[in-house]
Design a protein around this ligand. Structure first.
Ligand code: 13P
Ligand code: SF4
Length: 330
């Protein structure tokens, strides 16, 4: 393993990594990791690490649907692990810390969506994947940051209810005003990580005038408008941002997204520089090598329920409808 960690630390984790790799074989388990995980959780099996697949929320959902192993250990947050379970319900899905939540997912309930439906009868409801299963169960279709535009354009209606991210809703409707030609009715949820990209981005742009700004859809619209007005930025999903860095000759970037995505990109594009205020998602950071090992040890024992995703079967059935509609369109 080569990365930014010191030798002493790397030596101390070797036994943990080895035991995880061994237990994955013994327990017929795979590890799926989100791009926001700490870098050590993103190193693949063939590079000496523990992960079988690293991706954004859409990539992880698509991968989870096709997992053949009996057990999935999900290194991400709970709404993502729930989605994996809904897409592949015959498998056991585990998350190393049940408290790995998300400020967007917890900002809205199914009852809130029902109220919106009464207030705006007949208007389709698009649920960002960052929602819990109960909420998805009462929505028309899901989207992730990668396919939101395609999904929003698929409705004839001139109005759309978009939940729960206020900034993403505003950014989508601003960016695609003429193409989408729709009014967005937006919930007031916010990502507590991305909402912090404000003046810090403006001042980094002053310090690094040649750098291009990479902005996730969840960043406040005022910051996105400012960066785009200065002609130095792109807004998109995690996968869009990675693809853009790959496709451009530009060498220096200011990242307005989760801090460890900067480390991920640095690993992918060694000749490029990533500058970021380094704001981390404390929910994602609840997952680490030690609790991933604890989860694998618990599989098949009476402790496994501490880590196992379980959902009401009727909620699963209803939530599968909008998720599968999204996957068909992806
Ligand atoms: P992606 O869909 O880009 O993986 O984003 C998930 C997320 O939680 C962003 O904060
Ligand atoms: Fe949720 Fe934001 Fe963390 Fe993504 S970064 S999981 S949206 S709190």
């Amino acid at each position: 393993m080569t990365n930014q960690y010191g030798n002493a630390y790397l030596e101390s984790i070797v036994p943990i990594v080895n035991e995880i790799r061994q237990l994955k074989k013994e327990k017929n388990a795979v590890v799926l990791s989100h791009y926001y995980m700490s870098p050590l959780l993103q190193i693949s099996e063939d590079q000496g690490g523990i992960s079988d697949f690293v991706g954004d929320s859409l990539g992880l959902s698509l991968e989870a649907k096709n997992v053949k192993a009996d057990n999935i250990v999900f290194c991400g947050v709970t709404f993502m692990a729930e989605t994996a379970y809904i897409l592949n319900p015959k498998k056991n899905v585990y998350i190393p810390d049940m408290d790995a939540g998300c400020s967007l997912a917890s900002s809205i309930t199914a009852a809130d969506v029902e109220k919106l439906r009464l207030e705006y009868p007949g208007i389709p409801v698009i649920a960002y994947i960052n929602t819990y299963a109960e909420t998805k169960a009462v929505c028309d279709i899901c989207c992730t940051s990668r396919n939101a535009v395609k999904i929003a354009s698929s409705f004839d209606s001139d109005k759309i209810i978009f939940i729960p991210d206020k900034f993403m809703g505003k950014n989508l409707s601003n960016s695609f005003k003429s193409a989408l030609n729709k009014d967005f009715i937006i919930w007031n949820g916010r990502c507590e990580v991305h909402e912090q990209f404000l003046e810090n981005i403006d001042s980094l742009m002053t310090t690094y005038p040649a750098a291009e700004v990479l902005l996730h859809w969840e960043v406040p619209d005022t910051t996105v408008d400012m960066a785009l007005a200065k002609g130095h930025g792109i807004v998109g999903s995690t996968a869009d941002l990675i693809k853009h860095v790959q496709d451009t000759d530009i060498k220096q970037f200011i990242l307005a997204s989760e801090c460890d995505l900067g480390a991920t990109m640095k690993g992918m594009f060694k000749d490029k520089q990533f500058i970021t205020p380094c704001i981390t998602c404390n929910y994602m950071k609840k997952i680490n090598l030690q609790n991933t090992l604890d989860t694998l040890r618990a599989i098949g024992t009476e402790d496994e329920y501490k880590y196992m995703i379980s959902l009401d079967p009727s909620i699963m059935e209803k939530a599968a409808i909008p998720i599968n509609k999204m996957i068909e369109m992806s």
